[in-house]
Design a protein around this ligand. Structure first.
Ligand SMILES: Cc1ncc(COP(=O)(O)O)c(C=O)c1O
Length: 368
């Protein structure tokens, strides 16, 4: 079945936040606490496909108590950023990659797939409408949260026949104020994030609900973040909280190797991870995607062959890992400091994202 192309209607907010108050928010936005004046909504039904696309005023939703999402959790999301560049233009970073992952998440949860161009237009149209909300300067950005959930009202367990796709936007400050600070991590042996055949590759809400207890356990052990191990052997390192992990092996003939856990089906394929693999190769590193065991991490740090570890993802971009703790003891990475390869890759990626450097990859998508 083919459905007609999606055109967006614009219904501007009658009560946008006054400029003075908006500027006060932008001066210290934090993360995910303030939202812009507008949001995108697109409906989907079995009969009509995607329809009623609108950029309208940001407003609460009204939900029937029998809304299927509340009961069975068909809910997926994405996260991407718009940066204001030195020439005052505004660009998204690799929105097509988020759109493609959103389609894969939808397929895994038996939800309809939003066309890539509609996803990208939805993000771009919202940013254009709320352009004044894109912060200025450095690493501050406008974080976009596209998401989709079932809206059918019924209690039978089955894929819903109605969905709502939305995009909301929230200004975000630089993740690290006062310099990049390495985090401490707890190796979770009791809880797992994802199992073979499960939903680990999808960005679905339930994965995050299931992660909260392990994150709380990490905090109880004095750690900033949880590190996920594989579900079968509890031997292979998978991810850190909501970020992918990268390991730097010491230079051979002056060339370091960037190693990142392979996408086995239980990891979320991060767009930052993918971008860093490409950048690292072009900056002269060797790159490897393969399984990394806890033993390799511990022994590599002990014998000096594993020199740096960092996590990567849209929210914090690149975060060094300085300390590891587990039930069997712990160890320090890179003396608890930020290593040179981590710093170089972080700067190189942010330079492209924020427009401080030319983008040779076609990753930057200008919207205004
Ligand atoms: C579980 C998980 N892993 C990794 C990532 C990093 O992905 P990306 O680089 O696309 O933000 C995220 C964030 O989306 C995540 O939630």
């Amino acid at each position: 079945m083919t459905f007609p192309a999606v055109d967006f209607a614009l219904r501007p907010s009658a009560n946008p936040l006054p400029a003075e108050q908006r500027e006060a928010v932008l001066a210290a936005p934090g993360f995910g606490r303030h939202f812009t004046d507008h949001m995108v909504t697109i409906k989907w039904t079995t009969e009509r496909g995607w329809h009623d696309a609108e950029v309208g005023p940001y407003a609460p939703l009204s939900l029937d108590p029998a809304n299927m999402t509340l009961h069975y959790g068909q809910s997926i999301f994405e996260g991407l950023k718009a940066y204001r560049r030195p020439d005052d233009s505004v660009a998204l970073f690799r929105p097509e990659a988020n759109a493609a992952r959103f389609q894969r998440s939808a397929a895994r949860l038996a939800m309809p797939e939003l066309p890539i161009d509609v996803f990208v237009d939805a993000c771009a149209n919202l940013v254009r409408q709320d352009l004044a909300w894109v912060p200025r300067g450095g690493e501050a950005s406008l974080y976009l949260r596209p998401f989709m959930f079932a809206t059918e009202v019924a209690l039978g367990v089955k894929p819903a026949s109605e969905y709502l796709f939305m995009v909301i936007a929230s200004p975000a400050g630089a993740y690290f104020t006062g310099g990049v600070k390495p985090v401490s991590v707890w190796l979770s042996q009791e809880y797992v994030r994802a199992a073979p055949g499960g939903t680990g590759e999808a960005k679905c809400a339930g994965n995050y609900a299931a992660s909260l207890l392990a994150q709380a356990e990490a905090a109880e052990h004095g750690c900033d973040q949880v590190v996920w191990l594989d579900a079968v052997e509890r031997r292979w390192v998978e991810e850190m909280g909501g970020m992918n992990l990268c390991f730097v092996r010491a230079c051979e003939n002056g060339v370091p190797t960037l190693v990142t856990p392979a996408l086995t089906g239980t990891l979320l394929p991060g767009i930052t991870r993918d971008s860093l693999l490409r950048l690292a190769g072009d900056l002269g590193c060797r790159t490897e995607e393969r399984r990394v065991s806890v033993a390799e991490w511990r022994e590599g740090v002990a014998d000096g062959t594993l020199t740096e570890v960092f996590a990567c993802g849209t929210a914090a971009v690149v975060t060094p890992v300085g300390e590891v703790r587990s039930a069997e003891g712990g160890w320090t990475v890179a003396g608890g400091a930020t290593g040179p390869v981590t710093t170089r890759l972080r700067e190189a990626l942010l330079d492209i994202q924020t427009g401080r450097a030319v983008d040779p990859y076609g990753w930057v998508y200008k919207v205004a």
